[in-house]
Design a protein around this ligand. Structure first.
Ligand SMILES: [Zn+2]
Length: 488
């Protein structure tokens, strides 16, 4: 793999068998969205591809957590024309099709990234940055043309793009986007959560376990997955599919391992996955296990038919200011993570940061509050006794139908809501979205928590809504499909 510049854009290239292939990778993905605009990078991909129309080549586009990629293979001139046109439309998307493409995306049931990774990101980042990988795209049709051009204007820059080619670039390569560096928002911080711990997962058919390591370590995830496969599938027939995913995040590595489960056996699968992570401490990998991981990595990374896809992966790293690695360097770096001092540091951090993401059926069961000895994520709900006494307090109307002790308190800095014996208070800056529908509002917080309010349920309800709306005007969205509950 060679690295050079073509038309001012960093370019990775390698001769590979098959037709000429090219890809444009742009550092613009789910993590660049906000809760109210979630889905916007997928929308931009659709706007661009709608402009591309039919071509005499094979082509495809994909958006994931950190980047968008547009790839094509076929006749060299046609493929390079595709790249040039993609760049042109990315820089100035046709925003007249927003409503149309939002409808198409509503039919398409795609997600950014694999479900296990989405679970892990949501638990660790909430509805910000990479956590938006699993955001519900609440108002894609309502995304404004201005929001689209603001995002592409900020991120579609020569220094934020990487070109991938299966052949040496010549002066036939054109990437017509503005010069300069992309202007990316800061990474969303990790939510404070108690680890190791158990959290609510959103999947109905997968148990996930996730952990952080000092460096991104695909090899460690592969090792745990191989061991889990031996017990869960080969020995106990509790799972069929077990998959690991690893990504670089905030200067660390995040690994998520997802396993499906036999009916009603999710708790056992969750315990088994946890045991495999714990077992790393007492049973480091054998030589045979290390060799197996190395040969798996070699098969994947050194397969010449996969050379293009592997370069696209490395291009993704480059768009995030991480160096692109030759296969041999990448394999060496991975193997270092499962041996010696690196191994000790990796597994220590993995133990400390482990989260078990329990699927809905376990979470709803009575014993979910305490999954074995793991503290259940209780950071979000506080006792009603802590309800604030300052600020403007709105009490419920007298009605048997309304929850006991329902009240809302609004101060200059915070919003608090009380419901029964529970209370939730947060800074306005933690509110990432407020859905509007008549006198109903749903307030969504950065950590994924939400609650619903109806003006009619409160004395001076109109005043309450007016104050709430004034403090959250910039995160307002329309949702005709409110999923309302008092705490949820
Ligand atoms: Zn799509």
């Amino acid at each position: 793999m060679q690295q050079t510049l073509a038309d001012g854009v960093v370019t990775l290239w390698e001769d590979a068998p098959g037709p000429f292939s090219a890809g444009l990778v742009v550092g613009m993905g789910a993590s660049d969205e906000t809760f109210t605009t979630s889905g916007i990078t997928h929308l931009i991909e659709h706007l661009v591809m709608a402009q591309i129309g039919r071509r005499p080549i094979n082509y495809n586009a994909n958006v994931d957590i950190h980047h968008s990629s547009f790839v094509a293979s076929g006749d060299r001139a046609d493929v390079l024309q595709f790249i040039e046109d993609v760049a042109l439309h990315l820089h100035a998307p046709d925003t007249s099709r927003i409503a149309h493409e939002a409808k198409v995306i509503g039919i398409e049931s795609g997600t950014y990234g694999p479900p296990a990774l989405a679970e892990a990101l949501r638990a660790r980042c909430g509805y910000r940055g990479a956590g938006l990988t699993s955001a519900p795209e609440p108002d894609l049709g309502g995304v404004s043309a201005q929001a689209v051009t603001e995002l592409t204007g900020r991120l579609v820059r020569k220094d934020g793009c990487v070109l991938v080619l299966t052949g040496e670039p010549a002066d036939d390569v054109r990437v017509p986007v503005p010069d300069g560096r992309p202007n990316r928002a800061d990474d969303a911080p990790f939510l404070s959560s108690t680890t190791p711990g158990a959290v609510r997962g959103y999947s109905e058919d997968e148990v996930t376990i996730s952990f952080l390591t000092p460096e991104s370590s695909e090899a460690l995830g592969m090792l745990v997955t191989e061991r889990a496969f031996d017990t869960l599938r080969m020995r106990d027939a509790l799972s069929y599919q077990i998959e690991d995913h690893t990504m670089a995040l905030h200067g660390h590595g995040l690994t998520a391992i997802g396993a499906d489960f036999a009916e009603e056996r999710a708790p056992e699968v969750a315990r088994a996955l946890r045991r495999e992570v714990q077992r790393l401490v007492t049973e480091p990998p054998t030589e045979a296990e290390v060799d197996h991981v190395r040969s798996q990595l070699r098969h994947r990374l050194e397969d010449s038919t996969a050379a293009f896809d592997v370069m696209v992966e490395e291009a993704g790293r480059l768009t995030r200011d991480l160096p692109a690695r030759h296969h041999s360097t990448r394999i060496e770096a991975e193997m270092a993570q499962v041996q010696g001092e690196e191994w000790n540091r990796a597994i220590a951090m993995a133990q400390d940061t482990m989260l078990v993401h329990l699927p809905l059926e376990v979470w709803e069961a009575d014993d979910a509050e305490q999954f074995d000895d793991l503290p259940f994520d209780g950071r979000r709900i506080q006792s009603a006794d802590e309800f604030p006494t300052d600020g403007e307090i709105f009490l419920r109307r007298r009605s048997r139908l309304l929850p006991r002790r329902l009240a809302v308190a609004l101060t200059g800095d915070t919003i608090a809501m009380r419901h029964g014996g529970e209370m939730r208070r947060a800074a306005w800056s933690e509110v990432v979205g407020v859905a509007h529908e008549g006198d109903t509002r749903m307030v969504v917080f950065a950590d994924g928590f939400s609650f619903g309010l109806r003006g009619r349920d409160f004395r001076r309800g109109d005043k309450m809504l007016a104050q709430l709306d004034a403090c959250t005007a910039d995160v307002r969205f329309a949702d005709t499909d409110l999923w309302l509950g008092y705490f949820g």
